[in-house]
Design a binder for this molecule. Structure first.
Ligand code: PGA
Ligand code: ZN
Length: 413
C-alpha cells in the first residue's frame, strides 16, 4: 500500500534540473530520477519545464508540484504492485496524447519509483520483479566512445560512434574489453590530434576536433589494433540524422546529400568497417528511407529512435513498412513503464530487436539496467565506459550478473 509520494528537483549530468520521486509503502521504498535528451524527437512526450529566469527556464518545480499535489493524493492507498493500473490512472489524469498537462517527467518519475518500491516490498531485485523468475539474459552493451553532432563541440555530423563487444563470453568480459579499447582510443586521439582531443562529449565519449566520419572510424579501428579485440568488438553508429537534415537534404562530412546518396554513403561505410548497427540514419519522418536502407542492408541492425519515440502507434506503422528492424527504447519518450513495455513487446512479437537507451543528460539512477534485463533486450546503450551517470547502469549490470550467478546469459545478436 502506497503511504507517501514525494518529488523534488535535483540536477542531471548536464547541470540542469530534473525530477526525482520517492515512493514509500509499508515495507518498501523506491527512488527514481528522470533523464533528459538533447537531440529529442519531435514526437516525444512532453518534458514540463517552468520557463522564466530561474535555471534559464529549465526548472521543474511545476512538474514536482504536479507529483506532490495532483498525482500523489490520487495514488495514496493503492497497491504499488498494480503498475499498469497506476500508469493508466496517471495517463487518464493527464488526459493528453503527449502528457502535456502533468508532464512526462512527473509521470515517469512516479512510474519508475513505484516499480522500485513494489520490488523491494516483494523482496526481489527490480530486474526480477519486472521480468519474472526466468529472467537471465544480460544485454550486449553499446558503448558510445566518440561523440559528435549535438553532443559535442566538434564538426562530426554523426552523433554517436559506439562499440559492441559481441564476441565476449559474458557481460563483464565485454565491459572490460570495451574499457580497454576506450583507453586505447584516448591514447591514439591524443597522439594524433593533441591533448584537447580527449575532452569528452555529453555521453562520456571523446570529442576530438574531427570533421569526417571516416577519420573517427579509422581512429576506432586503430584502437581495436592496440586493444587486440578486432574480432570480438563491432561498431554501431547513431547518426541522429534529424540534426543534420534540412529541406530535403543531409549535411554530412561537409557535403550535402540527397536521401538516395545518403543510402549509398551508409552502404559504403558498412562495406568498409565492421559496422553492425545504424540508428536514426534518416530524419524522424523518413519511414520510406528507413525501409529502403533496411532492404539494402539485410544483415545490419537498423534502429529507430526519433522515428518511433517508444510509441506503439508509430512503431506499428514502421513494422508494417519494414522501416528498420529494431526499436530504441527510452522510457521518458513515452512517460510510463507500462507503455515502454508495450512498445518493447510489440517489437519482439514482430521479430524486431530492442536496444534500451539512456538519454544524453542522465542521473545516478540505474533502473535502466534492470529494465533492459527484465525485457530481455538484446542491446543496451548508456554511453562510454566512463562518467558515473553512464557507469551507474553498466555497474548495475555487473551486480545483476553476480546475482544471477551461473544462470546468467549474455545476449547474442
Ligand atoms: P538524446 O540522444 O538523449 O540527446 O536524445 C540520445 C540519442 O539520440 O540516442
Ligand atoms: Zn538516437
Amino acid at each position: 500500500e502506497i503511504e507517501k509520494i514525494h518529488a523534488r528537483e535535483i540536477l542531471d549530468s548536464r547541470g540542469n534540473p530534473t525530477v526525482e520521486v520517492d515512493v514509500y509503502t509499508c515495507c518498501g521504498f523506491g527512488r527514481a530520477a528522470v533523464p533528459s535528451g538533447a537531440s529529442t524527437g519531435t514526437h516525444e512526450a512532453l518534458e514540463l519545464r517552468d520557463g522564466g529566469d530561474r535555471y534559464d527556464g529549465k526548472g521543474v518545480l511545476k512538474a514536482v508540484k504536479n507529483v506532490n499535489e495532483v498525482i500523489a493524493p490520487e495514488l495514496l492507498g493503492m497497491d504499488a504492485s498494480c503498475q499498469r493500473e497506476i500508469d493508466d490512472l496517471m495517463i487518464n489524469m493527464d488526459g493528453t496524447a503527449n502528457k502535456a498537462n502533468l508532464g512526462a517527467n512527473s509521470i515517469l518519475g512516479v512510474s519508475i519509483a513505484m516499480a522500485k518500491a513494489a520490488a523491494m516490498s516483494s523482496g526481489v531485485p527490480l530486474y526480477k520483479y519486472l521480468g519474472g523468475v526466468n529472467t537471465v539474459t544480460l544485454p550486449i552493451p553499446s558503448f558510445n566512445v566518440l561523440n559528435g553532432g549535438k553532443h559535442a563541440g566538434n564538426e562530426l555530423s554523426i552523433q554517436e560512434f559506439m562499440i559492441q563487444p559481441t564476441g565476449a563470453k559474458t557481460f563483464s568480459e565485454g565491459l572490460r574489453m570495451a574499457a580497454e579499447t576506450y583507453h586505447a582510443l584516448g591514447k591514439i586521439l591524443q597522439g594524433k590530434y593533441g591533448v584537447g582531443a580527449t575532452n569528452v562529449g555529453y555521453e562520456g565519449g571523446y570529442a576530438p576536433p574531427l570533421i569526417k566520419t571516416r577519420d573517427a572510424l579509422d581512429a576506432i579501428m586503430s584502437a581495436f589494433d592496440v586493444s587486440g579485440y578486432g574480432d570480438e568488438i563491432k561498431i554501431g553508429l547513431d547518426a541522429a540524422a534529424s540534426s543534420f537534415y534540412m529541406e530535403g537534404g543531409y549535411s554530412v562530412d561537409g557535403n550535402r546529400l540527397s536521401p538516395g546518396e545518403l543510402i549509398d554513403y551508409y552502404v559504403d561505410l558498412v562495406n568498409t568497417y565492421p559496422i553492425i548497427l545504424l540508428e536514426d540514419p534518416f530524419e524522424e519522418e523518413a519511414y520510406d528511407d528507413f525501409a529502403r536502407l533496411t532492404a539494402k542492408l539485410p544483415g545490419t541492425i537498423i534502429v529507430g529512435d526519433d522515428l518511433y519515440v517508444t510509441n506503439i502507434k508509430r512503431l506499428e506503422k514502421g513494422i508494417k513498412m519494414c522501416a528498420g528492424n529494431a526499436l530504441l527504447l527510452k522510457l521518458n519518450q513515452i512517460g510510463t513503464v507500462s507503455e515502454a513495455f508495450d512498445a518493447a513487446r510489440m517489437s519482439f512479437r514482430s521479430g524486431w530487436k530492442v536496444m534500451a537507451s539512456h538519454r544524453s543528460a542522465e542521473t545516478e539512477d540505474s533502473a535502466l539496467a534492470d529494465v533492459a534485463v527484465a525485457l530481455g533486450c538484446e542491446l543496451l546503450k548508456t554511453g562510454a565506459p566512463a562518467r558515473s551517470e553512464r557507469t551507474a547502469k553498466y555497474n548495475q549490470l555487473l551486480r545483476i550478473q553476480e546475482d544471477l550467478g551461473e544462470a546468467a546469459r549474455y545476449a547474442c545478436i
